[in-house]
Design a protein around this ligand. Structure first.
Ligand code: MN
Length: 251
């Protein structure tokens, strides 16, 4: 397959390097990725400033473009211009850390895949579950294996796969589970500090809330040592609520 690889951690990040190393053994890979760290940039696009794409070699024999834009920019530019539409699959990752529950809304990694889905290409986002001990090789190997048994042409238009791989040695992965996006989310905290001029600034961080305990929740699969594979879509319509809302009468 001809594969466009992007990410949100930047073209030099170890996750994308490992991914390219593994994918390029059996596929024609080209990288179009941000030139710097773009995590939590979501689905942002660059429309008021120019975008440069600097040609580079990601690993021996694999060409890449370092783009001063977002993951969504990279996929648009890659598909429309740099790879001339000739792409069988878009892969975004391997992200440094998980993209579970509501992470999907903020994630540049997942948005890279959703942009591919929007543009009519089979697309997969892949993340490792532990930022401090990532095991990128396990995730890369898993994806290569998965692509052997799953035909990506079966991914419907406007849909993508959000894959999270437990950060463990490859032979410790217990299997995979098809999951749903859980309500795993964060309780926001803001640490107030003082700058050298006496002004207060804030640093946001969060405590994870995991209270969506059923076997098909994405993070439950990860916590049990399974790869989590969630089919996701670019559409956010709440169908149950839509039916209820239709019952509201005017006047
Ligand atoms: Mn990231």
């Amino acid at each position: 397959m001809r594969i466009l690889v992007t990410n949100d951690d930047g073209i030099d990040a170890p996750g994308i390097i490992t991914l390219v190393k593994y994918l390029s053994r059996s596929h024609d890979v080209q990288v179009v990725a941000p030139d710097s760290q773009k995590s939590a940039i979501g689905h942002a696009i660059t429309i008021r400033t120019p975008i440069w794409a600097k040609e580079t070699e990601v690993i021996d024999g694999v060409k890449g473009y370092a783009v001063n834009g977002t993951p969504a920019d990279c996929v648009k530019l890659g598909l429309e211009v740099l790879m001339d539409g000739n792409v069988d699959l878009v892969v975004s990752g391997i992200n440094e850390g998980p993209n579970l529950g509501t992470d999907i809304l903020y994630s540049g990694t997942v948005s890279g895949a959703l942009e591919g889905a929007l543009m009519g290409k089979p697309s997969i986002a892949i993340s490792c579950s532990n930022q401090s001990d990532p095991h990128y090789e396990s995730a890369a190997k898993f994806l290569v294996d998965f692509l052997e048994v799953f035909n990506v042409a079966e991914i419907p238009r406007f849909s993508a796969l959000n894959v999270n791989v437990p950060s463990v040695p490859y032979d410790k992965i217990r299997g995979w589970r098809i999951t749903r996006q859980s309500s795993r989310r964060y309780r926001d905290k803001f640490e107030a500090r003082k700058d050298p001029f006496g002004n207060t600034y804030y640093w946001m961080f969060g405590e994870i809330i995991e209270d969506d305990e059923s076997d098909d929740a994405d993070y439950v699969a990860i916590n049990n040592g399974y790869v989590s594979i969630t089919p996701i879509s670019v559409f956010l319509t709440d169908w149950d609520f839509m039916e209820k809302l239709k019952e509201v009468k005017w006047g």
